[in-house]
Design a protein around this ligand. Sequence first.
Ligand SMILES: NC(=O)c1ccc[n+]([C@@H]2O[C@H](COP(=O)([O-])OP(=O)(O)OC[C@H]3O[C@@H](n4cnc5c(N)ncnc54)[C@H](O)[C@@H]3O)[C@@H](O)[C@H]2O)c1
Length: 352
Amino acid sequence: MAQTYRAALVGTHGISNTHAGYYKNHPRVELVAGCDINEENLNTWCDAQGIEQRYLDYEKMLAEVQPDIVSVCTWNSTHPELTIAAAEAGATAVISEKPMGEDYGAPADAVARCAELGCKMVVHHQTRFSPGYNAAKKLIAEGAVGSPVSVHWNSGGGLLNIGSHLIDNCRWIYGDAMWTSIFATIERKRNGYERGTWCEDRTHALIEFEGGHSMVLSIDIVPGQKYSDWSFVGPEGVIHFNRAGAVCRNAEGTHEVEPEPQPSFLEELVDWMEGGPEHRNIASGALVAQQIMMAIYESARTRSLIEPPYDKRQSPLEEMIDSGELAVEGEAVDIRRPEALVYAQERYGRGT
Ligand SMILES: NC(=O)c1ccc[n+]([C@@H]2O[C@H](COP(=O)([O-])OP(=O)(O)OC[C@H]3O[C@@H](n4cnc5c(N)ncnc54)[C@H](O)[C@@H]3O)[C@@H](O)[C@H]2O)c1
């Protein structure tokens, strides 16, 4: 009989519903337990998912349930510690939400510890599975437009929040290319946080990758605007795409690419757990996106071009805030979840 797996989830709100959907749709994985520090969120979600085993303490849950797969769906600062706890409790795989953390050091530790323990860690940059993004990836690999620049204006919601998806997706489309340089600037006048993590008001960056590809990243330049479509502009043409599909315009004319069906995020993880190919969202790859975001802050901090290797553990944004270099106006405000800022205030004395 084919092996079955038991999953548990920490952080039973918001994005946890997407993870629950993966588990529900996989015939050999059962979601058996949930954990949240907020009892109301815990009970509402477990009732909706039909889950009996409910915990307010993740360590207790990991010890009692001994899950094979753990979903980490809490606020940013806790992702590395929960991932390490799950791996140390014996989980075979962990799905960590993005961003991997608030800095570079803690996520790098989580990746290293999981590797040491043989725990398969993936990061939930799920749009690597979007048919349209994969169609664009194929076009770029075929050289349909030459070496492109990614043009993605006016995304909103903070660098770590939205940038983690965009940078990781761009790397996927560029064949997981390594970055070669970053030149960036940020502004932080508001005393802003995003799910409890320091957040700048605006970011603008130029990221260069191996192979001559590049990415221009503008986040929150025009407040309130969010991205939808995305373009790659190359010397030989343009690719315009979104999650559903891609259109390419080059010397051969304009053609719509037939998107290829993709497996589910969890199917690919179970395959990997059973000896199949590495998951496309392997955490060591996602760590490069985390590193790029920290290098963006470092470029802003030092007002200079940053090149690899980059291994500073602390967030340069935190460094700039601590040094008083970024003077802010007004009270601390969380742009997504005020309760996450309260948690960060109580736990780290942040934003007080
Ligand atoms: N991949 C995506 O597209 C996507 C989309 C939305 C959110 N996210 C990410 O998911 C994470 C959660 O975001 P959300 O919108 O679901 O937040 P949310 O506030 O809706 O839910 C988070 C839950 O985690 C709980 N929690 C926080 N710390 C905890 C701890 N130490 N132990 C147990 N429970 C804890 C909170 O009480 C809350 O119920 C964030 O890091 C966010 O960036 C990813």
